[in-house]
Ligand binder design. Structure first.
Ligand SMILES: [Zn+2]
Ligand SMILES: [Zn+2]
Length: 247
């Protein structure tokens, strides 16, 4: 499978690049959109007709992860072309009912709930969930491609969680929220670069990709700080726009 980066900033877009969104393409061609932040639809249009999406899954309902859901729904309702199926399924947490209900849109999309404690089958993927530490119900997600047995974990938004390394163990790739540099102080709801590196080290993953990046500072510093904490056995990189990560 491969993961294409459609946006990677935390909070708000910057410098022509949007917020969290990733396209997961299975070996058999199944197209799953993971989060749909600001700028996601335009980034997606460059590589795939959005009508060819097979499903969407959302980690939580903060704007930097769902900002383009509305325009994606308009696209599926109004744009000419052949749809992959009549209605696009959007998977989300039912715990926030008002947001969950908005995933239904006439002649376009339909809402589907996931439960954190249950595994979910979407096309060729089996997905498991982990409730992270964030101000709203948020799920880290573990994606297993059934055909290849390859796995990757997306932390979504989180601070340090005691059980998160165990949830990640055995995956080939970790895509981790790294919104802050090492010197961040005070209240925060995201990982710092050293915390992301430490998480990869504890989970024993070979590849750490930093995402949900800050708009300020030198991102190479973020990578250096995460690499220092992760140690030699982890290859640390930051994501770039349009980048394809093979898993
Ligand atoms: Zn976020
Ligand atoms: Zn958030």
């Amino acid at each position: 499978m491969k993961l294409t980066v459609l946006g990677y900033y935390g909070g708000y877009p910057a410098k022509g690049i949007g917020t969290s969104s990733f396209l997961l393409t299975a070996t058999n061609g199944y197209q799953l959109l993971i989060d749909c932040g600001s700028g996601a639809l335009m980034a997606l249009e460059r590589i795939l007709d959005p009508l060819k999406l097979n499903a969407v899954i959302l980690s939580h309902y903060h704007a930097d992860h769902i900002a383009d859901i509305g325009v994606l729904q308009h696209y599926w309702q109004l744009a000419p072309g052949n749809k992959a199926q009549p209605m696009l399924p959007i998977y989300g947490s039912p715990l926030d009912e008002p947001h969950f209900n908005q995933l239904d849109w006439p002649n376009a999309t339909e809402k589907h709930p996931y439960q954190v404690e249950k595994k979910l089958k979407i096309g060729p993927f089996t997905i498991s969930f982990f409730q992270t530490n964030h101000p709203v119900a948020t799920s880290a997600m573990r994606f297993k491609e059934d055909d290849s047995d390859k796995e990757f974990v997306y932390t979504a938004d989180t601070t340090v969680c005691a059980d998160l390394p165990e949830f990640i163990q055995g995956a080939e790739v970790l895509l981790a929220d790294t919104n802050f540099y090492a010197d961040k102080t005070g209240q925060r709801w995201h990982l710092t670069a050293p915390e992301a590196g430490e998480l990869a080290k504890m989970a024993k993953v070979p590849n750490l990709w930093l995402t949900h990046l800050p708009q300020t500072g030198l991102l190479t510093t973020l990578v250096t700080q995460a690499q220092q904490a992760a140690g030699q056995k982890v290859n640390v990189q930051r994501v770039h726009q349009g980048q394809i990560i093979k898993i």
